[in-house]
Design a protein around this ligand. Structure first.
Ligand code: NAD
Length: 370
């Protein structure tokens, strides 16, 4: 008998525990109906961890994260901890996890389900059926490069400095993530940079091209300037499959892509580390939304982004494509049936709370698996 997959669940703060509760429903359903079970540990992170241990990411959480096959993260933060000094804030919990696990590739799908196409910032016909994946390098580039800071120049005027630095290895490893993903999708990578005006951009284009030629010649590669990509995303987004970019460009473009889908409560994400010699790869999955303190405790949060994060985890970390698809299809069907949480409410639909949405999705899973 193969050992069970090990999963660390970190609900965190605000709506994190509420939406994670609905995910646990799906996990329980999978254990009963699909005979799939995981070894699940639950840990503390964020404000909840500060209250219990004084640290936003206690060593016990970090140790568990290193041991398991994948981490499912909720969200952290809230007004209770807003007055703490920066080094002690709940948000440091996720940053420590990303750093210590070496999670360098951030994956953000932007998918528009048919039922929600009207919620997009673009006309429905431009986004209906949209399914793109943005791969953002997330541990290097201008957010970390040295020198950085605000200095005085010789005239006593302040000068702000950030430095975009990328080594060829950093570029190559994230490019491989993008090419690997493309192979399981529509086989196209659009790599974005500003090779026309930035030296790091010239290197980016060259290294991505080399990796492509040596290892992924079967995948279509397109190079595009980041500003053009922003324009194309806002006008003809369906031309893209996988978009690969640096920390800075990936950050901006993934938020733009999120606006195309129109709903924070529907968007999952993943952050992956390097494949280790054992074949294992650290990975953390989380919704892109935060802890939503304005609605926490009211039972109205949309659990779909957290559930879709589980689907991503099953697909990418556990290779369980069929189960991932089941969850996605169940969510889509519940939306088609007219159920909406407040954040995605539309005229003529039925407004429901977190747990009614969760129950409806499990009922749909039951039908799909029958
Ligand atoms: P947020 O994403 O928490 O909320 C923005 C808005 O979207 C709010 O009106 C909220 O009610 C709504 N919203 C978010 N998720 C929703 C859901 N699932 N269902 C329905 N509505 C939803 O962003 P914010 O308000 O800027 O930040 C709140 C806290 O979350 C802050 O402390 C911030 O630092 C933290 N945060 C944490 C993460 C993380 O844990 N990775 C990410 C972003 C923000």
């Amino acid at each position: 008998m193969p050992a069970n997959k090990k999963l660390l669940v970190l609900p965190g703060d605000g709506i994190g525990p509420e939406v994670m509760g609905e995910v646990r429903r799906i996990i329980d359903w999978m254990a009963h109906r699909r005979a799939v079970s995981f070894d699940i540990e639950e840990g503390l992170v964020g404000g909840a961890a500060i209250d219990a241990t004084g640290s936003p990411c206690p060593d016990a959480t970090l140790d568990a994260a290193r041991r398991v096959d994948a981490v499912l993260f909720g969200s952290v933060g809230g007004p209770k901890w807003d007055s703490l000094p920066f080094e002690q804030r709940p948000e440091l919990g996720i940053l420590r996890l990303r750093k210590e696990l070496g999670l360098f590739a951030n994956l953000r799908p932007a998918i528009v389900m048919e039922a929600l196409a009207d919620a997009s910032a673009l006309r429905a016909e431009l986004v209906k059926g949209l399914d793109i994946m943005i791969v953002r390098e997330s541990t290097g580039g201008i957010y970390f490069g040295e020198p950085r800071g605000i200095h005085m120049d010789a005239q006593g005027k302040r000068v702000g400095i950030d430095t975009e630095v990328y080594s060829e290895d950093e570029i190559a490893r994230v490019a491989r993530v993008a090419f690997d993903l493309a192979r399981g999708r529509r086989n196209k990578v659009t790599s974005v940079e500003k090779a026309n005006v930035m030296q790091s951009g010239r290197l980016w284009r060259a290294v991505v091209g080399e990796v492509h030629k040596a290892e992924y010649a079967d995948v279509e590669l397109e190079n595009m300037y980041a500003d053009n990509c922003a324009m194309q995303l806002a006008s003809r987004p369906k031309q893209f499959d996988v978009i690969l970019g640096s920390n800075l460009f990936g950050d901006v473009l993934s938020d733009l892509a999120a606006a195309l889908t129109g709903s924070l409560g529907m968007l999952p994400s993943a952050t992956l580390g390097a494949v280790q010699p054992s074949g294992k790869r650290h990975a953390l999955y989380e919704p892109i939304h935060g802890s939503a303190p304005d609605i926490a405790g009211k039972g109205v949060a949309n659990p779909c982004a957290q559930m879709l994060s589980l689907a991503m985890l099953l697909r990418i970390s556990f290779g369980m494509e069929e189960d991932a698809k089941l969850i996605e299809t169940a969510i889509e069907r519940v939306l088609n049936s007219g159920f909406r949480t407040a954040d995605i409410m539309q005229p003529g639909r039925a407004r429901v709370g977190t747990s009614v949405m969760g129950e409806a999705i499990v009922r749909e899973l039951e039908k799909l698996a029958a």
